[in-house]
Design a binder for this molecule. Structure first.
Ligand code: ADP
Ligand code: TYD
Length: 203
């Protein structure tokens, strides 16, 4: 079972991915918890290239190549081996993030993202949680972390608003695997919804 968490910055994906991992381990599953960009040594190196520096450091087209290169390495070295040995893989972001961030942020490049995805990745999660929340609240949560990986947060609230709408549209497009979860509640309440949906998938 390949499970992903998606949504705007600061919506609570990492928190929920960790809580679901704890829940599934407690239920007896072997779980690999991973993230994008990153999740393998090579992809973590690419992560630094794409998340640090000026917002205009890379064009959207160059980013599509960099994120897809990182994803290919993550897939080859972490995700596929774990799935092959019967583990549950939970990834904090995956290809839907490229569809949204690179596909929508600077013009409509969704078709380019999808073509490269088909050529180089060619797989989708079994289950995707889209953690939905107000972009202003998400941004203030994300900025409170005070990190250095702020290239996309620095694109500002307008982009986060378009991303939110984009993720909700994506949930309709891939309705067989996507579940929209209201992230504007305490972490435990959000986690209970996520766990109930995941448990139903395993039943
Ligand atoms: P994301 O991975 O989507 O950016 P995080 O899980 O890192 O989000 O959460 C962003 C910040 O908000 C963190 O400081 C985290 O502790 C906090 N946070 C996460 N979930 C909640 C919640 N349900 N309510 C309030 N704060 C939260
Ligand atoms: P992440 O560490 O999940 O940030 P956050 O915790 O703030 O949500 O992801 C870092 C940033 O990378 C985030 O702003 C979204 C961006 N991103 C893309 O633009 N394209 C991608 O394909 C991925 C995986 C992430």
């Amino acid at each position: 079972m390949f499970i992903t968490f998606e949504g705007i910055d600061g919506s609570g994906k990492s928190t929920q991915a960790r809580l679901l991992s704890d829940h599934l381990i407690e239920a007896g599953h072997a779980v690999v918890l991973t993230r994008e960009p990153g999740g393998s040594p090579g992809a973590e190196q690419i992560r630094r290239l794409v998340l640090e520096g000026d917002p205009d450091r890379w064009s959207a087209e160059t980013e599509i190549l960099l994120f897809t290169a990182a994803r290919r390495d993550h897939l080859e070295r972490t995700i596929l081996p774990a799935l092959g040995s019967g583990k549950v893989v939970i990834s904090d972001r995956f290809a839907d993030s490229t569809r949204m961030y690179q596909g929508l942020s600077r013009g409509d490049l969704r078709a380019t993202v999808d073509r490269l995805h088909d050529m180089m990745i060619g797989c989708e999660p079994d289950l995707t949680f889209i953690i939905d929340m107000d972009p202003a609240e998400g941004l203030s949560r994300a900025r409170a972390r005070n990190g250095s990986e702020e290239r996309f947060e620095d694109f500002g609230e307008d982009l986060q608003c378009r991303m939110r709408a984009g993720f909700l549209a994506l949930a309709k497009e891939f309705s067989h695997r996507c579940h929209v979860i209201d992230g504007a509640r305490c972490a435990r309440a959000v986690a209970a919804d996520v766990a109930a949906i995941a448990d139903a998938e395993f039943a």
